[in-house]
Ligand binder design. Structure first.
Ligand SMILES: Nc1nc2c(ncn2[C@@H]2O[C@H](COP(=O)(O)OP(=O)(O)O)[C@@H](O)[C@H]2O)c(=O)[nH]1
Ligand SMILES: Nc1ncnc2c1ncn2[C@@H]1O[C@H](COP(=O)(O)OP(=O)(O)O)[C@@H](O)[C@H]1O
Length: 210
């Protein structure tokens, strides 16, 4: 009886992948994808749409000292922790990377990500620039994608229209956006999030192409 071995994930088309259950793809190589971009550019929006199409993609849940926004759920959107708890995670080597951003601490719990990768899953880290730089040294093969706004004006309008950040936080984030946008060329690919559908298609192509 010939047992057909599943095609390696890289050769599967996006259509096939989205129809394939997780067990059919085993064993397969795990993959790390870093997804970075200024606050308000549309990272969360794009990732929600992408994961709706490709439920097999995993999204790492970060730890943060930022207070939850309305509607955010602890353990789902973030692990909301105190600064002392966060520092303990750093000291105990529990974070794959971490950084301070706009006055709060953010970091990726290491164990769940490594477990998913070893199980052959594709894991997305939605993290800021300093974290992406750390991952670039520890996981040089990770795909690194940067989302750009169509303009700074549009970025400001989106973060304000979103209505989830206090004015001082918006100012800090817009200031930081200038530094982040300047570093976009460090990433493997830059995606301009102007028309959402077009950006989503570019994101799919970048992830499933190679
Ligand atoms: N380095 C790092 N950055 C993170 C992590 N989780 C979220 N971030 C980034 O921290 C920044 C602020 O995130 P957030 O407060 O949710 O604001 P948003 O970007 O406006 O949604 C964003 O650039 C996130 O990508 C993490 O675990 N590590
Ligand atoms: N392509 C787009 N065109 C217009 N508005 C967008 C687009 N993508 C996202 N938005 C809006 O911009 C705001 C910020 O999006 P969000 O996904 O929260 O950004 P981020 O996660 O990068 O901070 C949200 O109100 C969202 O609905």
């Amino acid at each position: 009886m010939t047992v057909s071995t599943p095609a390696p994930l890289e050769t599967l088309s996006p259509e096939t992948l989205s129809l394939t259950t997780e067990t059919d793809l085993a064993p397969r190589r795990g993959r790390l994808i870093v997804f970075t971009g200024p606050s308000g550019v549309g990272k969360g929006t794009l990732l929600r749409a992408l994961r709706h199409r490709y439920p097999a993609l995993k999204l790492s849940v970060s730890a943060t000292t930022r207070s939850p926004r309305p509607g955010e759920v602890n353990g789902q959107d973030y692990y909301f922790v105190s600064r002392d708890e966060f520092r303990a995670m750093v000291e105990q080597g529990e974070l794959l990377e971490w950084a301070e951003f706009a006055g709060n601490l953010y970091g990726t719990p290491k164990t769940p990500v490594l477990k998913e990768i070893e199980a052959g899953q594709w894991v997305i880290l939605e993290i800021e620039l300093e974290g992406a730089r750390q991952v670039r040294t520890t996981f040089p093969h990770a795909l690194q994608l940067f989302v750009l706004p169509p303009s700074l004006e549009e970025l400001e309008s989106r973060i304000r229209l979103r209505g989830k950040d206090a004015d001082d936080a918006i100012q800090r984030r817009l200031q930081r956006a200038l530094v982040e946008i300047d570093a976009a060329s460090e990433f493997d690919e830059q995606i301009v999030n102007d028309d959402l559908e077009v950006a989503l298609q570019q994101l799919e192509n970048a992830i499933f192409r190679d």
